[in-house]
Design a protein. Structure first.
Length: 611
């Protein structure tokens, strides 16, 4: 019998694995403005080095593609070369024997189609758009373009009120976003190349918690123009705030009793305390905005009547109508929508789920809010049923893990089939069909397919449907506002080709999205409305950003926030997240690499302090 040896990684293998991790970190930290031609060439070289060389498409084709891309990058490319790149990539994609050649060619092909302007710029003008429009990664990925390096620097100097002023220049919901923003800004943080992304949202909250009352800037002289904002959510109030600062008279029409939209009626207070939301709203209204609550457009007042009194209208009604499952038994007693449940909680009318078995259907953040709220409302058991895998849930991972930690069950790969009831039409169970992972959809997630297994009966007393929200478009459609696929069909500039003086933005245009995207839409609409009315006001802030410090930035861990103990927090609606300590805030803010001055950034040569 031959002697066996234990296989352990040698030094070369260890080095290679470390290099792979370094490459992964650099890809993660790639800013959205990186040259796609350069990225394609670099990725192609990596794939070519991994090929076995047995098939011609990989061995020869990828090499030829690489030469063509380098020719374009060197400024020697022609339109014929661009056509040849596309043709060659398509041939390799259709003929390669393995995934390496297929994926490499597919990536090049998608880049040529999706980033054609960048290729044309290299070919026709011998220059790279990346060198002209290179953005600060975190700022570029913030929908509202908040000056993130600026306010982190202010926090590191303990200038919290100035940090809030700087944030408010682009986002009036400073406190709310400090609590619930999905922080897309962290996705490409360059600190990922060193260790981990900076905890930007936690730093924002620290500034808010320690800034005290920060007054809003003075409004510009009155213009005599009147704007009606339909919807008192984050998008509508953001537009109203900036329009008021520009000197316009703004009146907000809100359907519900209180302002805030889905911030109040869609996010429970354990994530966003109402006093924090009210702080933001009070600051916004301090600009002199007039508010009309309890007003439904189409019932209490028509679009035509509003247009008679105002120079412009901004529609920002959000997405607050229910979506149905379309299954048998959905009308039984005990079935409710997530929108209605969260709306009741927002109004202080808490549902009583004491000793009830509650099932939530859905996998987004709204579903998680309902799941965790049901536990706090006394439910004996809470189960979230989702038709895809847990990894495919659109809810934030922290929300999912938080729900599990509080004793809720996540039942994935089960699609609702029908709802059963008793003789009095009360809900008794949800029948669900087990699923199996299927082919990828257009969004890159595998589609669930019915498995060859019998339906599962899930006993319950309450079913909450959280599969999305719709838009109430009828009053606007009657006025002539274009509707497409259930949402308002506005242009990218928020206005319409055939409806004068009417603008729209936020969830009613894009469908349900994040809070920060609604705020960004309101900010864009305010600038466009101002221009439509014949003005060109600039929103500025008189805050001096500290100069960056020239010191060594050693690798270190990211400071994460903690939460109250699960056994304590799942019995009340008090805030569950604990803020940073002063020591943690100073340490975390010191990790910023100041990309606005070094490496990346169109802030070099003069900071952008207005829009």
């Amino acid at each position: 019998m031959s002697r066996l040896t234990i296989i352990t990684p040698d030094r070369a293998q260890t080095v290679v694995e470390g290099l792979y991790r370094d490459v992964e970190r650099r890809i993660t930290a790639s800013p959205p403005g990186l040259c796609p031609v350069d990225m394609a060439a670099a990725f192609l070289k990596l794939c070519h080095a991994q090929t076995c060389g047995k098939c011609v498409p990989c061995r020869v084709g990828l090499s030829q593609l690489q030469l063509l891309l380098e020719k374009v990058l060197d400024g020697d490319g022609t339109m014929a070369d661009l056509e040849l790149i596309e043709k060659t990539a398509r041939v390799i994609k259709n003929s390669a024997d393995c995934a390496i050649g297929f994926e490499a060619a597919k990536m090049v092909l998608e880049g040529v189609i999706g980033f054609r302007d960048d290729y044309l710029e290299h070919i026709n003008n011998k220059r790279c758009l990346f060198n002209i429009y290179q953005p600060v990664p975190c700022v570029a990925l913030c929908p509202a373009n908040v000056d993130i390096p600026g306010y982190i620097s202010l926090i590191s100097h303990e200038r919290y009120a100035d940090a809030v002023r700087l944030i408010r220049k682009d986002n009036p919901f400073v406190a709310a976003c400090a609590m619930v923003c999905e922080h897309p800004c962290e996705a490409r943080c360059r600190r990922n190349m060193v260790d981990d992304a900076i905890n930007i949202r936690a730093l924002k909250r620290y500034a808010v918690d320690h800034a005290g009352i920060v007054p809003v800037p003075e409004c510009a002289p009155p213009t005599g123009k009147k704007i009606a904002v339909l919807g008192g959510g984050p998008g509508g109030l953001s537009a109203a705030y900036y329009l008021a600062l520009m000197g316009h008279h703004v009146e907000v029409f809100e359907k519900h009793k209180k302002l805030g939209g889905m911030l109040r009626y869609g996010i429970p207070s354990y994530r966003l305390p109402r006093e924090k939301l009210d702080e933001d709203i009070e600051a916004i209204l301090s600009t002199g905005i007039t508010v009309h609550t309890g007003v439904t457009v189409g019932e209490d007042i028509t679009m035509a009547q509003i247009k008679e009194k105002f120079d412009c209208i901004y529609i920002s009604i959000g997405a607050q109508s229910d979506k149905k499952l379309g299954i048998e038994g959905e009308d039984k007693r005990g079935v409710m929508s997530a929108v209605q449940m969260l709306r009741n909680i927002g109004d202080g009318a808490m549902p009583d789920f004491t000793n009830k078995r509650v099932v939530i259907i859905g996998g987004g953040n709204v579903a998680m809010d309902c799941t965790r709220s049901a536990k706090r409302l006394g439910a004996a058991s809470v189960t979230c049923v989702y038709r895809r895998r847990k990894v495919d849930m659109t809810a934030l991972p922290d929300e999912v893990e938080g729900a599990i930690g509080e004793g809720c069950e996540i039942m994935c790969m089960h699609a609702p089939l029908k709802i059963a009831g008793d003789e009095d039409d009360n809900v008794t169970a949800l029948w669900a069909q087990p699923q199996i992972v299927g082919p990828m959809d257009s969004g890159g997630r595998p589609r669930p397919v019915a498995a060859d297994a019998p339906p599962v009966r899930i006993p319950c007393d309450i079913i909450i449907v959280a599969i999305g929200q719709g838009i109430e478009t009828q009053p606007f459609e009657e006025y002539g506002v274009p509707i497409k696929r259930g949402v308002i069909d506005a242009l990218a500039s928020s206005d319409f080709e055939n409806v004068e003086g009417v603008f729209a933005g936020g969830d009613c245009v894009t469908g349900p999205a994040t809070v920060i995207r609604a705020i960004a839409a309101g900010k864009v609409a305010a600038a466009n409305i101002d221009e439509y009315l014949g003005f060109n006001h600039a929103i500025t802030v008189d805050v001096e950003i500290p100069a960056p410090k020239l010191h060594f930035y050693p690798a270190g861990g990211r400071v994460n926030t903690t939460e109250r103990n699960a056994g304590e927090r799942n019995h009340d609606f008090n805030l569950i997240e604990c803020g940073l300590t002063h020591e943690e805030a100073m340490q975390e803010s010191s990790r910023c690499l100041r990309c606005d001055h070094y490496g990346y950034g169109n802030f070099k040569g003069g900071r952008v302090d207005k829009w």
